[in-house]
Design a protein around this ligand. Sequence first.
Ligand SMILES: [Zn+2]
Length: 78
Amino acid sequence: MKTMTCQQLGGPCDLAHRGESADEVIKAQDHHLKEMEKAGDAAHQPARDDMKKRWRRPRKALGWYNATKETFAGLPED
Ligand SMILES: [Zn+2]
């Protein structure tokens, strides 16, 4: 398992997501951003909007996705 924080995924807080793959932590972050949006947290809104754009335009988001996967791959197992 590895850990990536909300901040490492483009968000504003240091909530840690744990997962076996980059896809898992990205999904966890997506869920976290949705929850924060529902809660009316303005600090997370820009990250939430970015994430929405990524789902709408997956090809454009590939750079971000690959960079995130690379960061994840470089993290130590914990
Ligand atoms: Zn957060």
